[in-house]
Design a protein around this ligand. Structure first.
Ligand SMILES: C[S@@+](CC[C@H](N)C(=O)[O-])C[C@H]1O[C@@H](n2cnc3c(N)ncnc32)[C@H](O)[C@@H]1O
Length: 432
């Protein structure tokens, strides 16, 4: 494992080899039905939550231009369906991926979608700048990911935001072992290779590090997935530290994790560790690294990043009274529920003394459920995406001295935020 975590050069193949690979094995498998991505009744709620995840300090607007870099077969078309008010541009160097996207554009009359066969490294040839760039599952396949990310940075508008997803090494140890096995055994990306590999994976000895990944991803054994994960000519993974380095080298700054609870020592089992206080004294990047090492099974990292010349700070959500002139600014934050969350009140496990349990269904770790008491549930139920924390606490405690609710409320709303239950609209607060 050492070789891909330490220097992590990957198997440096030419981009032509990677392009040919994705022309033969487009990823994800081609889709011809996007009906489930049509506008939904709760779309306004989703759009609000999405906007304030990326830009908590900016009042809600729809992004006018979105770039999907390395869009694969359907990602750009899905975004165009969901965001009819935005102009979506997809680029990919695989002709197969571009053609699949064009078919979807035609079928669903997506007039807000443009698709180009273009290398990420040459994205400036479009002559366009974007409010938002989404690049997921792509940079780790580039020969020079730093150059790719720098090119994307150049087409991000100042004040824009980027979502990046790259592979993480520790949880993918089994994949890298099997890639090495394929190299040794001479298994190539062709029909015979995939057939042989399917047989081999069915015979994996119990306890092999790849076993859990196959169990957790039901489509792992499909030809396209096997090829993409085990026979890809170019694939490297990033530890937290390496990812921060990649972001910094490209003139970007880390803003937050798309889902931050797994990286936080405030959440789940990590908040109970005997060394919690020691971890709290580390830099934030070290805290995140500690979480990655402790959890041990992360397979990818998804982050939001800004240009490093973005005028807003990286940490726009703060419950500290850092500024002595402006106290309790967080009372002006407006909490917005994240759509993937659920609040369970019946049949709670007997060992949990709680009025409800909050779950974010996108969390892979079970310890990240959040039990809450009766008074916390009242605060939680008052979240409507319109009232600020100050208005919520006032409304609940008409009969109580306001002082008495302030501290527990700060603690609770900060906890909801760390657990990915809410995002905040902080645009009314004075510290932006
Ligand atoms: C694993 S797929 C991910 C697709 C999509 N982003 C998603 O998340 O569903 C990687 C895609 O990136 C494209 N790609 C890889 N390197 C690229 C490059 N240098 N320029 C443009 N596209 C590239 C591939 O053709 C492929 O379609």
């Amino acid at each position: 494992m050492e070789h891909f975590i330490k220097s992590n050069p990957g198997n440096l193949s030419s981009s032509k080899e990677v392009r040919d690979f994705y022309e033969r094995y487009p990823y994800p498998g081609p889709l011809d039905n996007l009906d489930k991505y049509r506008q939904r009744p709760d779309d306004r709620q989703r759009k609000l939550a999405d906007h304030f995840l990326y830009k908590p300090h900016i009042p809600f607007t729809e992004d006018s231009s979105v770039l999907i870099a390395g869009c694969g077969t359907s990602q750009a078309a899905k975004h165009a369906m969901r965001l009819p008010g935005s102009k979506v541009t997809g680029i990919d160097f695989s002709e197969t991926s571009v053609n699949c996207t064009l078919k979807l554009k035609k079928k669903y009359e997506l007039n807000n979608l443009e698709v180009h066969r273009l290398e990420i490294e040459k994205v400036n040839e479009l002559g366009l700048k974007f409010d938002k760039i989404i690049c997921t599952g792509v940079l780790h396949h580039l020969k020079d990911p730093d150059a790719g990310l720098s090119a994307l940075r150049e087409v991000l508008k100042p004040g824009g935001a980027m979502q990046l997803m790259v592979y993480a090494p520790y949880g993918r140890a089994g994949i890298y072992m099997m890639q090495e096995f394929c190299r040794l055994a001479g298994i190539s990306a062709n029909e015979k290779g995939i057939h042989d590999l399917t047989e081999i994976l069915r015979s994996l000895p119990p306890g092999h590090p790849l076993e859990k990944l196959i169990r957790d991803a039901p489509d792992f054994l499909h030809d396209g997935s096997i090829a993409d994960s085990l026979l890809n000519p170019q694939d490297r993974a990033y530890t937290v530290t390496q990812l921060f380095e990649l972001v910094k080298n490209a003139g970007m700054k880390f803003v937050r994790w798309v889902r931050q609870a797994p990286y936080s020592y405030h959440c789940g089992v990590m908040s109970q560790l005997p060394v919690k206080n020691d971890i709290s004294k580390l830099t934030q990047e070290e805290q995140f690294s500690a979480a990655e090492l402790f959890r041990g099974t992360m397979v990818r990292h998804s982050i939001i990043a800004y240009r490093n010349d973005d005028p807003s700070g990286t940490q726009q959500v703060s419950f500290k009274n850092d500024n002595i002139n402006i106290k309790n600014e967080w009372l002006k934050y407006i909490p917005i529920r994240v759509p993937e969350t659920i609040c369970i009140t019946d049949r709670l496990p007997k060992d949990i003394d709680a009025a409800a349990v909050l779950i974010n269904r996108t969390h892979a770790y079970r310890d990240l459920i959040l039990p809450i008491g009766k008074s916390e549930k009242k605060l939680f139920d008052s979240i409507d995406g319109i009232k600020s924390i100050g208005e919520i606490t006032d409304g609940i405690n008409d009969n109580m001295n306001n002082e008495s609710i302030t501290d527990p409320a700060a603690k609770f709303f900060e906890q909801l935020w760390w657990y990915d239950q809410v995002v905040f609209n902080t645009s009314e607060a004075g510290n932006n």
